[in-house]
Design a protein around this ligand. Structure first.
Ligand code: NAD
Length: 275
């Protein structure tokens, strides 16, 4: 398997496919993460709120893959927003992960009602200066939130991790990212598994002799997106990385483009979310 990477506006780069571990229990995380790393993954996406950072750290150590060869992301939970509390929460995440740096630290949600994401971003700048967060970014930010942190600090996040899948393609926000030099990372890339039985996806999969999951992951790659499918099943973890030996053609891409739907959002809307 040849992995592809995407280069950030700060010069660092990220493997385009990673393992997501939301809803992976703490005691399952070690085997899921070590299985993925042994299968060739070099990128893992966790968060403080997933309550499995200990298990992720354990999986990295069990895999035998060197820490320096792994791209590790974690995220700051909403309740820890604010300058001092961010620094404290970051230390706690590192401790649980059993590492002295992360490759990417993300503000998990803007949580605009708290109005603390600018102070939080200022703490992120300090963590980046200290080298303990090699890159810093955001998740679930709308244009107005991006404009505000960039306007107040002059520092542009390397990426924005947002809900994105064939039935919710986020074309407007992706254009905003393009203009600002922000990479797009797709969460719930398989629509939380709901898209695996979609008729169009199944047809394209049959045409290429691939699985629906592989077709969707390949669609993200062909759209220049960074993608973090979640599974705890070894055969599926392996299947989801075997996407670098085929390509979708123009006709496939055109058909999948038509699946985009304004009502396709599965998770909360970051602008109106009350947490
Ligand atoms: P997903 O779209 O990755 O779908 C996961 C589901 O699909 C699981 O139920 C799994 O069993 C199934 N699946 C995976 N591979 C399969 C395969 N090959 N064949 C059959 N079924 C398969 O959903 P997700 O977990 O919501 O999203 C992926 C990752 O994105 C998360 O684990 C997390 O890291 C991240 N995420 C971030 C946010 C955020 O707010 N930043 C929100 C949601 C998810």
């Amino acid at each position: 398997t040849t992995q592809s990477t995407i280069t950030f506006n700060d010069g660092n780069s990220i493997p385009q496919v990673g393992l997501g571990v939301w809803q992976t229990p703490e005691n399952v995380a070690p085997s899921a993460v070590s299985t993925a790393l042994k299968a060739g993954y070099r990128h893992v996406d966790t968060a403080a709120i997933y309550e499995n950072e200990d298990g992720v750290g354990e999986g990295i150590r069990q895999s035998g893959v060197a820490r320096k060869d792994i791209f590790l992301t974690t995220k700051l939970w909403n309740e820890a927003q604010g300058f001092d509390s961010t620094l404290k929460a970051f230390d706690a995440s590192l401790k649980r992960l059993g590492t002295d740096y992360v490759d990417l630290y993300l503000i998990h949600w803007p949580a605009p009602r708290r109005d603390l994401y600018v102070d939080t971003w200022k703490a992120f700048l300090r963590l980046k200066e200290e080298g303990r967060a090699r890159s810093i970014g955001v998740s679930n930010f709308a244009k107005e939130h991006l404009d505000r942190i960039i306007g107040e600090t002059g520092v542009t996040p390397v990426l924005n991790q947002i809900e994105l899948h064939p039935t919710f393609q986020q074309k407007a926000l992706r254009e905003v990212h393009e203009k600002l030099g922000i990479k797009t990372q797709s969460w719930s890339p398989l629509g939380q598994g709901k898209l695996l039985t979609n008729a169009v996806i199944s047809k394209v999969a049959a045409k290429h002799g691939r699985t629906p999951a592989q077709v969707i992951i390949r669609w993200h790659i062909d759209n220049g997106l960074i993608v973090i499918p979640k599974s705890v099943t070894p055969s599926r973890i392996e299947e989801n990385l075997k996407v670098f030996d085929f390509k979708l053609d123009a006709e496939d891409l055109a058909e999948i483009a038509k699946l985009d739907s304004a009502g396709g959002r599965i998770g909360p809307d970051p602008v109106t979310a009350t947490f």
